[in-house]
Design a protein around this ligand. Structure first.
Ligand code: G3H
Length: 193
């Protein structure tokens, strides 16, 4: 069978501070996940020569994959949803500084595009080449970001695009997708850290 493995980056310094976007390093806990990942992956992928690891260009995904002994590829198209002028802010700060935007996003999270940034719809469009390339891969582990993973997950689970913003993709959990003819089977492997 052919599997697609998905993981968020380990907890970052920004996650701890409740800030979105940025290019922060992993937290201490995030590094623990990075160190745990090789044994977690090995348990489930016996034939590991065939695995390729894809990350975004951001430090937190590359650090998360740094202990994995497989070929790696970095994709700009896997970078987190661009929050534009809100990059580096907390949701509280956004609500205070851009109340109308905060409300608009609440009303239509799929279509809402951050000022100078992206919407979920935009992310889905830029993921198209990635998804096409994924179809050609044997085993691929994609270490990327919450919003991006929600879109990839919704695609493979046959969930309507508009529901992508509400997919649950927890931290420190390896997700295995097994695409079948009429459905995709999912296994979630929680790292015990
Ligand atoms: O920084 C972006 C987050 O990963 C996406 O979260 O779309 O629920 O605000 P959100």
């Amino acid at each position: 069978p052919r599997y697609i493995w998905l993981s968020r980056h380990g907890e970052s310094q920004y996650n701890l501070e409740g800030k979105i976007g940025g290019d922060a390093d992993l937290s201490e806990r995030g590094w623990k996940y990075a160190k745990k990942l090789p044994s977690l992956v090995e348990t489930y992928i016996p034939n590991h020569e065939k695995l390729t690891v894809w990350t975004s260009t951001l430090k937190r995904t590359q650090q998360t994959g740094s202990y994995l002994p497989y070929p790696k590829k970095t994709w700009k198209a896997l970078d987190e949803l661009d929050a534009g002028v809100c990059d580096g802010m907390t949701y509280e700060e956004i609500a205070e500084k851009y109340p109308d935007d905060f409300k608009a996003r609440d009303e239509d999270k799929f279509e809402y595009r951050y000022r100078g940034g992206e919407s979920y719809r935009d992310v889905i469009l830029r993921l198209e080449p990635i998804i096409m390339e994924m179809e050609n891969q044997e085993n691929v582990l994609i270490i990327t970001h919450q919003a991006v993973l929600r879109c990839i997950y919704a695609y493979f689970m046959n969930v309507p695009q508009q529901q992508s913003p509400w997919m649950s993709i927890p931290l420190h959990t390896l997700i295995r997708l097994e695409p079948r003819a009429y459905e995709t089977l999912v296994t979630r492997i929680k790292a015990d850290i």
